[in-house]
Design a binder for this molecule. Sequence first.
Ligand code: AMP
Ligand code: MN
Ligand code: MN
Ligand code: MN
Length: 289
Amino acid sequence: MRALNADLHCHSTVSDGLLAPADVVRRAHANGVELLALTDHDETGGLAEARTMALELGVPFLNGVEISISWGDDQTVHIIGLGIDPDNEVLLDGLRNVRSGRDSRAQRMADELDKVGIHGAYEGARKYVGNPALVSRSHFARYIVESGYAADVKSVFDHWLAKGKPGYVEHTWASLSDAVRWIVGAGGVAVIAHPGRYRLTSGQRRKLFTEFKALGGRGIEVLSGSHHDDEVREYARIANEYGFLASRASDFHGVGESRVDIGKLPDLPEQLTPVWTVLEDVTCIRLVS
Ligand code: AMP
Ligand code: MN
Ligand code: MN
Ligand code: MN
């Protein structure tokens, strides 16, 4: 059977992507995507625009979100919600709370960057923000590249913005149990984003997957723009071991910033259950609504 060109993780200007929601959908359509979810960070504000364009172009579309959580020993983990009801009040309230700390965090980041010679970063990052409630490290990275301190966004993270670097400040996001509860309560399926990105010991990883599953989490991204081939094999094995559904997820933010374009991932390894097998009904409902 031919594999579905599903892409269930990407960003728009409503969070830290470079394209407006409608343009994300246009690009997905041009790249042959057959099932798309827009998953902005901590924000559902781009879904209506994306859904309208998806209807116009005939691209099957899922409402999505990527929720920032703090887990364990101050680890930041991202949880994707797929097929959520974007009007669910508990989810919307929860996301509003998650977003509310971002501005003061940005000011603290700018203070720290100032100490290492990068000046004006708060105002600079704000110039790149499409949604005033959603200032992220990506916006800082764009400002730092534009100011000539680094050649590209990746090296900004390597030098200044990754955990342990001078511009990184600790921040408390949602809890794992809140994120899963909001997603499931809004009718969605919870999926661990890019598991290969977290710096966890094997014991911590086991604990994360076990807790996530016990809370009602159902999937992990096996294919991700962040995963190399060995990680794809590793998370395919883990999906089988834990009985997780498998997702296919470019995490596209924009041309020049993303390793994988929207809809351009390889097929999922065989013997996995794709997450969209449990989302087909939701997809149809969301498409006609
Ligand atoms: P924030 O939610 O403000 O902590 O920003 C997190 C975002 O920064 C991620 O969603 C990515 O878009 C981006 N990011 C994190 N680490 C890296 C990296 N090493 N290289 C490029 N972008 C990154
Ligand atoms: Mn991002
Ligand atoms: Mn992420
Ligand atoms: Mn993402």
